[in-house]
Design a protein around this ligand. Sequence first.
Ligand code: CTP
Length: 437
Amino acid sequence: RSGLPNLAERLENALPAPRLRLLKTVIETATEMRLALYIVGGFVRDLLIGHPSLDFDLVAEGDAIALGKALQARYGGRLTSHKRFGTAKWFLPPDYPQAEALPPFLDLISARAEYYTHPTALPTVERGSIKLDLHRRDFTLNTLALRLDGPHYGELHDYWGGLNDLQKGVIRVLHSLSFVDDPTRMLRAVRFEQRFGFRIEERTLELLTEATPLLERVSGDRVRHELDHILDESRSIPMLERLHELGLLQAIHPDLPWDAEVARLLDAYPHNPPPPEWEAERGLERIPYPRALAYTLWLLRLPEDRALSISRRLKIPRRLEVIIGHAARLWNALPALADLPPSRFTFTLEEWHIRGLSLYACYLTLKDEALRARLRRYQTQWRHLRARTTGEDLKARGLPPGPLYRRVLRSLRAAWLDGKISTPEEERALLERLLEE
Ligand code: CTP
């Protein structure tokens, strides 16, 4: 290990004091148990790049569940574990010092080797060395490990050439079946490449090209999970552009679009909060607004059935799928709706239940100022406007209850919307005429 940097100082500077203290208690316990303990993966990569993150993944060369049990015995809290995988989750006790500044739990992982008997099968798991554990990972830059126990504190372990690739700015798989084992890694390759301004190494790119058709078979949830990550990144647009260029978007779904207009929209809007009058955040529940808007802007210019087919492919949650479908329906109908009287326009949008995010996404996409103004008026005025006359009034006038009520009230509302009446007197006069008819 001579020649490799010792990262102790960087680690101490990267972590806020409470996290560092927590890490040190884990290290102490592992050291007493004579367990080799490592931080692995993204945290080490980011530490070396000089953009440290806060979340570290811990791997023990040996029994991580035993480590969890020892921590629980000493400091309290709860432990859950999976024997088969040799993993444990230690939930800190609520009275742990500075618990509010700490994650609620720590994942403790036993180094393991996994064998895939055939692609897409569940892996066969065996206890292993850290070196073999790291070999399972996606790219060399994610195979770096930082040893923590006893005198090894701060040692960088680089078994698979990760440091060299990190210095050269290269994304490289560890073996030729990496993308076959897990096709979502193709999306991750592009994400890391664009995030760090690296390049996918030549042989890796060849393997990626060969494996591209396999994306078709990956479940919607797994693909969407990767796309969610990409949409959350600050460089999401170059990432999507690159996915498109490599044919990866089309491999996910042949109609998944990419063009300068989608890029413009995703660049301009998702990261700003919507003006409150659009009520664009309603009904999203736990879907973050920027992500919901991004998917809607991405798909709304497609024919409705294709937008829906992509939503289903990506297993987009039902409530967002409905928003996307409505947005596409409205977008495609807008040329025909542009010249309708306000009443017909309003009744159509109401019939289609178009509101909130679907409407706002269309508004953002539109360039025609007159149509934009129309959507805004619908949202802020037309949909709220009602005639003064109520069902009670009609009853008092002796009108027999029935479908006639709706027709009369709708005619009155249409007259207001279209500017044919503009005072209560005019409404009363119109009501008289309608009742005579
Ligand atoms: N990993 C993998 N194949 C995948 C997903 C993850 O090999 N399909 C490995 C990677 O080596 C990664 C580790 O599991 O280092 C943890 O995954 P994740 O938390 O997604 O990655 P990070 O590298 O921390 O990425 P990010 O910075 O985006 O959080």
